[in-house]
Design a protein around this ligand. Structure first.
Ligand SMILES: C[S@@+](CC[C@H](N)C(=O)[O-])C[C@H]1O[C@@H](n2cnc3c(N)ncnc32)[C@H](O)[C@@H]1O
Length: 237
């Protein structure tokens, strides 16, 4: 990153932090993305200019590998503006898709671009992440939790909180699939994104729920610039 750009990012963060001394980091992410959208700059993953990196049906395709059924309750944790959700919503029975994200604005954008007939027929549930939402989801026993292109946006000191919410929603028999860019050691990719080593999952999980097991798979094969596109497979026995 160029020096000037780096300096601007640092000033932006600390200016925001001074204005919001008690706010969690996640609100800074929201602030940055909303500023981009309101400034007329498109965002690659959120809003009208969002495009999938690979396929629009990637979430559904991965869940099918784990034998998802239309009657399963699926949580899309960090669903953004539903970029990858429509094929999954169409597959699931009404009310079985539950998207969660940091900001109501992102969810509203998603709903405004969803086919109205699909929205009417399948009644996707959309909520801003909050402790009571996590508890409500846990009480309903989701069979799957997917979190795609989200983990990379989580800084080191918020990883426990992020993974903690996912693990909290898991009940016996549930499976969580978490995409992350994988490197040998934690590496900053952009101002708002990091690649992490898989060991972070292995070290963190016992603190959250020692019963939950963890394996890893490849979203795509191969390594580019030292980065793998991996996903963690968490299982609650
Ligand atoms: C790159 S977008 C991906 C959205 C969607 N999963 C997709 O693939 O289209 C990242 C999303 O993660 C959400 N996010 C960032 N940090 C998060 C956190 N700590 N917990 C939950 N969601 C988070 C953001 O609000 C944003 O909607």
């Amino acid at each position: 990153m160029k020096f000037k750009k780096k300096l601007r990012r640092i000033c932006d963060y600390w200016g925001w932090r001074l204005r919001h001394p008690g706010a969690p980091y996640e609100q800074y992410y929201v602030h940055r993305v909303l500023a981009k959208l309101k400034g007329g700059h498109g965002h690659p993953a959120i809003g009208p200019t969002a495009r999938p990196l690979r396929s629009r049906s990637e979430l559904l395709d991965f869940l099918l590998k784990y034998s998802v059924r239309p009657s399963d309750l699926v949580i899309d944790y960090g669903c953004g503006s539903l970029r990858l959700a429509p094929p999954l919503i169409a597959f699931l029975e009404p009310g079985k898709y539950w998207g969660m994200d940091l900001a109501q604005e992102f969810l509203d954008l998603g709903l405004s671009h969803l086919d109205p007939q699909l929205a009417r027929d399948k009644r996707p549930r959309l909520d801003v992440i909050a402790p009571e939402v996590i508890e409500r989801a846990r009480a309903e026993g989701p069979r799957f939790i997917v979190s795609w292109h989200v983990c990379s946006k989580v800084p080191e000191n918020r990883f426990d909180a992020y993974l903690g919410n996912i693990v909290r929603m898991m009940t016996p028999g549930s499976v969580a699939l978490i995409h992350f860019p994988e490197t040998e050691a934690r590496r900053k990719l952009t101002g708002l994104a990091w690649a992490i080593p898989r060991s972070l999952f292995v070290e963190t999980l016992p603190r959250l729920n020692p019963a939950v097991t963890c394996e890893f798979g490849a979203v795509v094969e191969g390594v580019v610039d030292g980065i793998r596109q991996s996903y963690a497979i968490l299982r609650h026995p």
